[in-house]
Design a protein around this ligand. Structure first.
Ligand SMILES: C[S@@+](CC[C@H](N)C(=O)[O-])C[C@H]1O[C@@H](n2cnc3c(N)ncnc32)[C@H](O)[C@@H]1O
Length: 271
């Protein structure tokens, strides 16, 4: 896949760090809860089914966030899950969540970059990457890493934002990048990217409704938070530009309505 929007290396590192920091913030939890992707745990379990997970499977969750998906997969399918994320605090929280769930023997987390996965070749039976592939500045390298760490016959599943055609300019700034929107790719680009990496795709499932519901939920929470801050009933860490955040959420909702933004599951198998 030609990464036409690929930022220069320094900008790419800044973007990744910025993304990890935002998802570590109290804001992310306030607006998104514990599961940082459309469809939440239900869609994660659907992805687990599509991957054919079962007891004993070794699963990698790339950009695992606070560990909610890894824990849910381990509980439902009896598999062992390793989560990797760029955020050090995120990894600590995920580890604590696995311990609290009594799953520390089967679910663990470590810090790492999706574009340089800290694992040997062929050690995983399956891999998921939810709502994060679209933020990776070098998607081709990340996809190649996915294929490298999977065993032959292993399955890799993305769940991610998709776009059709150009997005409105208000969905193209730094906040939109971090919110996973600005570099969302057309569905066929994800399919091509996985195929080029050696993971030909055998399943594509649209889940646009999950994205519409998530954006609606964020808009409601933003409005509520702004009101409570104005009434001095809520104090939030740092300054937030409510106008910019609500503008972004409004533009995203419109783009979903117009079919410019969507959400999908894409699964490929390593030959
Ligand atoms: C939208 S959140 C998704 C988290 C999780 N997959 C979920 O669905 O709940 C994006 C996550 O990607 C992580 N991230 C961003 N760039 C990364 C990279 N290059 N390598 C590993 N993790 C990354 C962030 O730290 C953040 O936790």
């Amino acid at each position: 896949m030609a990464d036409t929007t690929r930022p220069a290396p320094a900008a790419a590192d800044e973007l990744k760090t910025c993304c990890a920091a935002l998802y570590e913030s109290d804001w992310a939890r306030l607006l998104l809860g514990d599961s940082f992707h459309p469809g939440g745990v239900a869609l994660t379990l659907r992805l687990g089914e599509a991957l054919g997970l079962g007891p004993g499977a070794r699963v990698l969750d790339v950009a695992a966030g606070k560990g909610t998906s890894a824990i849910a997969l381990a509980e439902r399918f009896g598999c062992a899950v390793v989560g990797v994320d760029l955020g050090a605090d995120t990894v600590r929280e995920a580890h604590a969540a696995a311990e609290a769930a009594g799953l520390a023997d089967r679910v663990r987390f470590e810090r790492g970059d999706a574009e340089r996965l800290p694992f040997a070749d062929g050690v995983f039976d399956a891999l998921i990457c939810e709502c994060a592939f679209c933020t990776f500045p070098d998607k081709r390298t990340a996809a190649a890493e996915f294929a490298r760490v999977l065993r032959p016959g292993g399955r890799g599943g993305l769940s991610d934002l998709t776009r059709s055609g150009a997005l409105p300019p208000e969905l193209d700034d730094l906040l939109a990048w971090i919110a996973c929107i600005a570099d969302a790719q057309p569905l066929d680009r994800y399919v091509a990217c996985l195929a080029e990496a050696g993971l030909p795709v055998d399943l594509v499932e649209p889940h646009d409704d999950a994205l519409a519901a998530m954006v609606a939920g964020i808009r409601t929470k933003l409005l509520g938070a702004e009101l409570l801050v104005k009434l001095r009933k809520l104090t939030l860490p740092g300054d937030i530009d409510f106008a910019r955040a609500t503008g972004l959420a409004r533009a995203a909702a419109e783009a979903v309505r117009q079919g410019q933004l969507g959400y999908a599951i894409v699964v490929g198998t390593k030959a």
